[in-house]
Design a protein around this ligand. Structure first.
Ligand code: ATP
Ligand code: 3PG
Length: 403
């Protein structure tokens, strides 16, 4: 993989450089609640700007449906990038249209622009090669060079991640280089016991990863939204909790395989539940009840692991030589459902092993719950991306950066 340093040494002054970043930050309205992913791309953007490039930063944010949706505008991220860089960052109100073209054309050497959310364009995520290719052609017309630095999205075969680098001279940015170096070490020199804790809300994406993990991890702890598909697969009722009905059979098979192969696949023994999803804006008290995992009332949903599960998971993490954690254990954004995530984070802090936290929300949870980032071995900006990397999969956004 060519690195940004090689590109810089060849000279980028006056060149239009497209930086595919992952600025998919958590938002409360238009307020960024954790800017970790913006900070993570600063070294690349700064180096390019300092070398006189005209820098075009692009990213997705959330999952809009292929058309403009103001709730997913990148404008707040562009403003924050400007604050962190200490310079005026231009913002184009479309991605490849008139605004993007004129914004890029007006850039002086060393200036930075952000274009609007890539996913406002159906071609970005299309499964159709021609449709994605056509969008990549439009993106390519904006730039002379491409830097891949959106580690959190390298597992996506999307136009800006996969098709665009094939159309421009390209290299990996500093963030991708750093992430890959740490995760590579983890795959090549894995110290055991290797414990993986999985939670979060992207249940269907992450359930699929367990198939591979069963052949690699010694222990897998299940929390967050995916826990309820496991509890249901064990024959328990889960009320109105998040449930991936179509993967119940697969999960049953995972539980059986784990039993046969001696991998510990650990599911919650209790949960905090309530009739309603909490109000994350007002943070009004949610008054959850603690229930056994096999006794979630029909009109309630599980929103965090319970106190017994917290203790159980802390004990299962205590002797780990390597820990990989992706996905909060509960709806940590509300204080009534943050204890499960705190308990797992605390267990990682106390661990003598090498600990990796992966994922936009997981990393945000660690920071917003007040943990010291330096107490973890590595905090990755990618959740799904780091999980798939550790699975040994070829990631489209990394393959595309190979020479
Ligand atoms: N029981 C639950 N029910 C509903 N949502 C949950 C539950 N537990 C956790 N969550 C939500 O999961 C979200 C985070 O999930 P997600 O899978 O996106 O993790 P991540 O760390 O951001 O990984 P990635 O980088 O792959 O997105 C949080 O917003 C949290 O509120
Ligand atoms: O948050 C993430 O994991 C990345 O930004 C990728 O987002 P996606 O799961 O919507 O593709």
């Amino acid at each position: 993989m060519k690195t940004i340093d090689e590109l810089l040494s060849e000279g980028v002054a006056g060149k239009r450089v497209f930086v595919r970043a992952d600025l998919n930050v958590p938002l409360d309205g238009t307020t960024i609640t954790d800017d970790g992913r913006i900070r993570a791309v600063l070294p690349t953007v700064k180096a390019l700007a300092d070398a006189g490039a005209r820098v075009i930063v692009a990213s997705h944010l959330g999952r809009p449906k292929g058309a403009p949706d103001p709730a997913f505008s990148l404008a707040p991220a562009a403003a924050r990038l400007g604050e962190l860089l200490g310079t005026d960052v231009r913002f184009a109100t479309d991605t490849v249209g008139e605004s993007a073209r004129s914004t890029v054309a007006a850039l002086a050497d060393g200036q930075v622009a952000v274009v609007e959310n890539l996913r406002f364009n159906a071609g970005e995520t299309s499964k159709d090669d021609a449709e994605r290719g056509a969008f990549a052609d439009q993106l390519a017309a904006l730039a002379d060079l491409y830097i891949g630095d959106g580690f959190g999205a390298v597992h996506r075969k999307h136009a800006s991640v996969y098709d665009l680098p094939a159309r421009l001279p390209h290299a990996a940015g500093y963030l991708i280089a750093k992430e890959v170096a740490v995760l590579k070490k983890l795959t090549e020199d894995l110290q055991r016991p290797y414990v993986v804790a999985l939670g979060g809300a992207k249940v269907s994406d992450k359930l699929a990863v367990i198939d591979q993990l069963l052949g690699r991890a010694d222990r897998i702890l299940i929390g967050g939204g995916m826990a309820y598909t496991f509890l249901k697969a064990k024959g328990y009722e889960v009320g109105s909790s998040l449930l991936q009905e179509d993967q119940l059979a697969a999960v049953q098979e995972y539980l059986e395989r784990a039993e046969k192969t001696g991998v510990e696949l650990v599911v919650p023994v209790d949960a905090l539940s309530a009739t309603e999803f909490p109000d994350l804006k007002t943070k009004a008290p949610a008054h959850p009840t603690t229930v056994a995992a096999d006794a979630i009332p029909a009109d309630q949903m599980g929103l965090d692991i319970g106190p017994e599960t917290r203790k159980l998971y802390a004990s299962k993490l205590a002797d780990a030589a390597t820990v990989f954690w992706n996905g909060p254990m509960g709806v940590f954004e509300h204080p009534d459902y943050a204890e499960g995530t705190k308990a797992v984070a605390q267990a990682l802090v106390e661990s003598k092993g090498f600990t990796v936290v992966g994922g936009g929300d997981s990393a945000a949870a660690v920071r917003t719950l007040g943990f010291d980032e330096t107490a973890f071995g590595h905090i990755s900006t990618g959740g799904g991306a780091s999980l798939e990397y550790l699975e040994g999969k070829t990631l489209p956004g990394l393959a595309a950066l190979e020479d």
